[in-house]
Design a protein around this ligand. Structure first.
Ligand code: MRU
Length: 337
């Protein structure tokens, strides 16, 4: 089966694969209004930093067509959906500025989508040489095509390495509480016949210590100027475990994830989602009704734990991120989270 595409724009509007339903059902949600796009991002019909940036870009297109919105008001609505991923704000800005200048908004959104897809492919080309022969690679959350429209960030180098003959195996962290690893990464890998096994989040250390993991690669939601990385909750633990076990820890991201306006990871806003995501899976209650839960969606991994950043401009070291930050996509200072 060919790799999946997470979203596309057609005469009906913005078509999204409803990622909440996977892997049990492949369902589409058609968004005809900016409000529907905002709701889809907030409720994670579409998710993953680059993909929500592209969805928001098309949300701006729908707002312009609907009428009754100024570029600024549409941008505010979409920006209020999720605070952590920098790509969201970059995608909004790509169309807001075109709209404000009276340019073709569909062309601006299409250009943005194409740039994200092209950059993910370039990440694949840059990162593939890290994974030769028979690598056993651990990944966390879903940083595949579903999270980026096509290719993925963390999964792109693995896809390209495989095309070039690497006989790889992927350890997939299940990624509590929403199970993006078990539900989405495993779904993508299964479709393409890439050998993998899903493991409980807390099993990674055992497999690393046993010598069954050669490298870790993850995506990112925002990378601060000092190289600190916000990504799915649990990423930090994997980076600590990788360091403890002498394994390389790679972070793959397009330009839109690098935030020149954020100095260190301490300044990155961390989204806290509702307790209900912790309380149950489907109909099944997981904890006593009276127990409280906390549900931070992301954590920050300090740059000193990162071996390399796999970017469209090549693999960079912590402390050597100047070129990617100089090429990074900016958003207006007035709009900072
Ligand atoms: O809450 P999510 O599912 O949107 O979180 C996604 C992640 O943390 C991904 O690892 C990140 O966005 C990188 S996707 C290429």
């Amino acid at each position: 089966m060919p790799p999946v595409r997470a979203l596309w724009f057609d005469r009906k509007g913005l078509e999204l694969i409803d990622q909440r339903a996977l892997p049990n059902a492949t369902r589409l949600r058609t968004c005809r209004t900016v409000e529907e796009v905002a709701d889809s991002i907030r409720t994670m019909v579409v998710r993953g930093a680059p993909a929500i940036g592209v969805a928001a870009a098309y949300g701006m297109v729908l707002a312009e067509r609907q009428g009754g919105f100024t570029p600024a008001r549409a941008a505010r609505l979409l920006a209020s959906t999720r605070p952590t991923a920098h790509d969201l704000f970059v995608g909004i800005e790509a169309v807001r500025s075109a709209w404000a200048e009276g340019e073709d908004v569909v062309a601006a959104a299409d250009r943005y989508r194409r740039s994200v897809v092209d950059e993910c492919h370039a990440i694949g080309e840059a990162g593939a040489p890290l994974f030769t022969r028979r690598p056993r690679v651990l990944t966390h959350c879903n940083a595949g095509a579903l999270a980026t429209v096509e290719w993925g960030t963390a999964l792109a180098p693995l896809r390209v390495a495989r095309e070039r003959g690497a006989d790889l195996f992927v350890w997939v962290d299940e990624t509590r509480p929403l199970l993006q690893g078990a539900r989405l990464t495993a779904w993508e890998l299964s479709r393409e016949g890439i050998p993998h096994a899903v493991i409980a989040d807390n099993a990674a250390g055992l497999f690393m210590r046993a010598g069954d993991v050669d490298a870790v690669i993850v995506g990112a939601d925002r990378i601060a100027r000092n190289g600190d990385v916000a990504n799915k909750i649990g990423t930090y633990e994997k980076a600590v475990l990788a360091r403890e076990n002498g394994l390389p820890f790679y972070v793959a991201a397009p330009r839109s994830t690098f935030d020149p306006g954020t100095r260190t990871g301490a300044q990155i806003p961390i989204e806290e989602r509702g307790e209900e995501e912790m309380r149950s899976i489907g109909e099944r209650q997981l904890m006593p009704t009276r127990s409280r839960a906390r549900n931070p969606a992301f954590d920050v991994t300090p740059s000193r734990l990162v071996t390399g950043y796999v970017t469209p401009l090549g693999v960079m070291k912590p402390g050597g991120l100047g070129p990617i930050f100089r090429a990074a996509r900016r958003r207006p200072a007035a709009d900072r989270a």
